[in-house]
Design a protein around this ligand. Sequence first.
Ligand SMILES: Cc1cc2nc3c(=O)[nH]c(=O)nc-3n(C[C@H](O)[C@H](O)[C@H](O)COP(=O)(O)OP(=O)(O)OC[C@H]3O[C@@H](n4cnc5c(N)ncnc54)[C@H](O)[C@@H]3O)c2cc1C
Ligand SMILES: *[C@@H]1O[C@H](CO)[C@@H](O)[C@H](O)[C@H]1NC(C)=O
Ligand SMILES: *[C@@H]1O[C@H](CO)[C@@H](O)[C@H](O)[C@H]1NC(C)=O
Ligand SMILES: *[C@@H]1O[C@H](CO)[C@@H](O)[C@H](O)[C@H]1NC(C)=O
Ligand SMILES: *[C@@H]1O[C@H](CO)[C@@H](O)[C@H](O)[C@H]1NC(C)=O
Ligand SMILES: *[C@@H]1O[C@H](CO)[C@@H](O)[C@H](O)[C@H]1NC(C)=O
Ligand SMILES: *[C@@H]1O[C@H](CO)[C@@H](O)[C@H](O)[C@H]1NC(C)=O
Length: 553
Amino acid sequence: MELAMQRFLTSVALLLCFQGFGFCFPDHDAVPRYSFLRHAAEAPRVSHHDYIIVGGGTAGCPLGATLSERFDVLVLERGGSPYGNPNVSELALFVQNLAYQTPTSPAQRFVSVDGVINARARCLGGGTCINAGFYSRASRQEVEEMGLNLELAEESFRWVEKEVAFRPRLTGWTSAFMSGLLEAGVTPDNGFTYDHLPGTKVGGTTFDQNGHRHTAADLLKYADPARITVLLRATAQRILFRNRGRKHKPEAYGVVYKDEAGNVHEAYLNNSSTGEIILSAGALGSPQLLMLSGVGPAPHLESLGIEVVLDQPLVGRGMSDNPLNAIIVPSPQQIEITSVQVVGIRPDYYVESMTGVNIVAASLAGNSTGPSATSPVQISNSFQGGTIFEKLARPLSQGFLRLRNRDPEENPLVTFNYFMEAEDVQACVEALRTVERVIDSRALSRFRYPNQSVQSLVALSASVLVNLRARNANDSTSLEQYCRDLVMTIWHYHGGCQMRKVVDHDYKVLGVDALRIIDGSTFTFSPGTNPQATVMMLGRYMGVRMLKGHKFH
Ligand SMILES: Cc1cc2nc3c(=O)[nH]c(=O)nc-3n(C[C@H](O)[C@H](O)[C@H](O)COP(=O)(O)OP(=O)(O)OC[C@H]3O[C@@H](n4cnc5c(N)ncnc54)[C@H](O)[C@@H]3O)c2cc1C
Ligand SMILES: *[C@@H]1O[C@H](CO)[C@@H](O)[C@H](O)[C@H]1NC(C)=O
Ligand SMILES: *[C@@H]1O[C@H](CO)[C@@H](O)[C@H](O)[C@H]1NC(C)=O
Ligand SMILES: *[C@@H]1O[C@H](CO)[C@@H](O)[C@H](O)[C@H]1NC(C)=O
Ligand SMILES: *[C@@H]1O[C@H](CO)[C@@H](O)[C@H](O)[C@H]1NC(C)=O
Ligand SMILES: *[C@@H]1O[C@H](CO)[C@@H](O)[C@H](O)[C@H]1NC(C)=O
Ligand SMILES: *[C@@H]1O[C@H](CO)[C@@H](O)[C@H](O)[C@H]1NC(C)=O
């Protein structure tokens, strides 16, 4: 009886949903739970598949859903489900979710060797479960630079957008911020668009009108339930390669993974020519797993006692994190919690803002002494105001990734070398000057204390923003020094398995067979103002290409 009632209510909700009443999935329990979603502990010890995807993240989910149209697919995700977890789904809990650190929490903190506090995802849906939700496409030029076909990229963006992208309802703060950008000369006004256009625009968001987050996991609704298995708490330990004599490359044929109880499972490819293993474990996870599996710089692997399958010095190179610098604007006004809704696009930098979920709190959320910290950090909500920040579009400074040890659960060591190149400092100074003009705009004046100069806001920001870098002993408030000393992350780190260096144009790993990498680790730049749209698009795009079995170009 109860079940019948529940079904009836669900169908009413669905009806209202399809009628366009904005009434889709009003509570968490009504969110689709997939029949093919299971915990790894319930999986057989050995299984066979056509495709094995490591990482059910931003790229892995759309890729797996697409490949399941024709093939048997296994997705291994080390994290848990985003469904029914308000920490993931509620915008108001964005900062708390980043701060919440346990061995299984959706966000995993890491601190780069540079001393910048950062975060990586551990959740089905990957970065889309813990990010700020801003949705903005790569430019046409960037899509071409990635070697992708414009038409298929367009179709793939649309496929993603009909499920997870929304038009934001602008808050008072963002409307003023948008006018401020235009006053500061970041023109023209391009209105609401997903497209990457010079000037100021309203972008999309993965938070719907009710403030509920949608993630890449929602794209699994396109999967064929008969052909896909998605395992949670399945942590890949290594890829297995077989050697087929001198004339052939080593061939990937299986993945060893552990469930949450620590039991080992093995997944193998069927003996067919189509089968492949695909790494979609992200910019930290994919190079880490390649190295753990014996593909990487031989001396480094040997120093850790890892048997070398392929000496590939470029694995882990080209790690890049677009530096973010922020200025805080305390406000006499009560400001609604606002995630990123508007962006100012200049060739060398992008300007965005947030309130409530402010950058100070977000960076404090990351302040912990180590990866095993289990207690949540208390966030002070006493701060009233907004944060305006800039992201360098294409920093020249690059770094590298190394293994810390042989434990796949541990963060690898990553160095981004922020502002190593002088041009990056110059671009940052120019960007901060624009931020200052926005703060000084007429439009934003009602959100500011009239007696606080921009210069004093820079000094205030320098005193409260958090990273673990050494500061210039004399002064951090010259803009050059501010860029270096107060650098933070916008969490758009990428690289490590770059195109043309570690993978070819088909995203196939050079020097081995039956292995691809499809995620942000292949990027040579961060596409769009914010990358998630392009990462999801790429998952769909490559799935379609692989189904068609097309060669590129
Ligand atoms: C706090 C934060 C805010 C951000 N804000 C925005 C924003 O507003 N807009 C935007 O466009 N972008 C934003 N980003 C960036 C964007 O979310 C990421 O660039 C993108 O999600 C990366 O996608 P990916 O597929 O490369 O990796 P991920 O999405 O991280 O996917 C990798 C997946 O692999 C899994 N994995 C890793 N290792 C293993 C293993 N050994 N075994 C099994 N599974 C494994 C991980 O758990 C994860 O789910 C933000 C990111 C963060 C962290
Ligand atoms: C591969 O193996 C799986 C599981 O045994 C099976 O469902 C699938 O049809 C196989 N694919 C091919 C191409 O043989
Ligand atoms: C959400 O985060 C809080 C800490 O902010 C934590 O106590 C709670 O257990 C988390 N909920 C889930 C479902 O993980
Ligand atoms: C695949 O082929 C190998 C050797 O030819 C054989 O040992 C193995 O059992 C085969 N696996 C499957 C799933 O058929
Ligand atoms: C980080 O937290 C520790 C302990 O709470 C504190 O002592 C330290 O000052 C904090 N670091 C920064 C940079 O704020
Ligand atoms: C600025 O004005 C506010 C009240 O409007 C006051 O509380 C604050 O102390 C003043 N700050 C400075 C630096 O004068
Ligand atoms: C601080 O200022 C002194 C005197 O101007 C200068 O000699 C010194 O190099 C500066 N220190 C740093 C770290 O810039």
